[in-house]
Design a protein around this ligand. Structure first.
Ligand SMILES: Nc1nc2c(ncn2[C@@H]2O[C@H](COP(=O)(O)OP(=O)(O)O)[C@@H](O)[C@H]2O)c(=O)[nH]1
Ligand SMILES: Nc1ncnc2c1ncn2[C@@H]1O[C@H](COP(=O)(O)OP(=O)(O)O)[C@@H](O)[C@H]1O
Length: 214
């Protein structure tokens, strides 16, 4: 959990690589459906472009079948669930081990997003200051051009942050009440990462039987 620009994608990739989890990003699947230009994709585009949340039933139909295919794997979700209805739908299909919430100041979010560049096909994320590509404007692996998301523009960002705050609170409260929420605050991913890494190392050591079967 965390507002746009809080580092969910950056940290999720580190977690997935360090701990061998399957990585599922709601934003990536949404952009994939937009690119496919299906009926659902056209509907999704209208919301994403305006910085609005995609309706819960659309999101749940997009994400839950993917999780059902991964019943025998350990996975990490990035960007889903974002609303209480999505969290309830998720709870009805699986039991989460832990939830990470990132608290990052607004000014930091704004600066990061104006500098965020993406390789659309893979979802690889760059930042011109923090993790620049080896060749400016090009993906490190494929050499293909990088793009900026429409919804990272400042006009869309304010609306996205407002929506995030409204809808995230009940979700955070739910996970807090389940005793699985872990919150981290700061302005630098590299300083937050060691705490997240130790949390997961401890959890995976003590619950490796369960995570392995999940
Ligand atoms: N300057 C700076 N940029 C960061 C840091 N952590 C992540 N970023 C960049 O900030 C942007 C937003 O991060 P991302 O992981 O995409 O956030 P998400 O929207 O929560 O998934 C990306 O361009 C990242 O490369 C950091 O500690 N410092
Ligand atoms: N779980 C979700 N529920 C509703 N809309 C979502 C969800 N995840 C992503 N979106 C939509 O996709 C956009 C981009 O999401 P994402 O790539 O996760 O970026 P960010 O982390 O920067 O918000 C969001 O602004 C929102 O419109």
């Amino acid at each position: 959990m965390g507002p746009p620009g809080s580092g969910k994608g950056t940290i999720s990739k580190r977690i997935a690589e360090s701990f061998g989890l399957q990585y599922l990003s709601s934003g990536h699947y949404l952009r994939e459906s937009i690119a496919a230009n299906t009926e659902a994709g056209i509907l999704v585009k209208r919301y994403v472009e305006r910085g609005l949340l995609v309706p819960d039933n659309v999101m749940t139909r997009l994400m839950v079948p993917r999780l059902e295919q991964l019943r025998n794997h350990s996975w990490l979700l990035d960007g889903f669930p974002r609303t209480l209805a999505q969290a309830q739908a998720l709870n009805s299909v699986c039991e989460l081990d832990l939830v990470i919430s990132l608290n990052i100041p607004y000014e930091t979010l704004k600066d990061r997003l104006s500098d965020r560049w993406i390789h659309p096909a893979s979802g690889r994320v760059y930042n011109m200051g923090f993790n620049p590509p080896q060749v400016q404007g090009r993906d490190d692996i494929t050499g293909e051009p990088l793009i900026q998301h429409e919804d990272d523009k400042p006009e869309a960002l304010v609306a996205r942050l407002r929506h995030y705050k409204d809808v995230a609170k009940p979700v955070i409260d739910l996970y807090k009440s389940q005793g699985i929420l872990h919150s981290f605050s700061g302005t630098e991913t590299d300083r937050i990462w060691p705490y997240i890494s130790s949390l997961l190392s401890a959890k995976i050591d003590t619950h490796c039987g369960k995570i392995g079967q999940n």
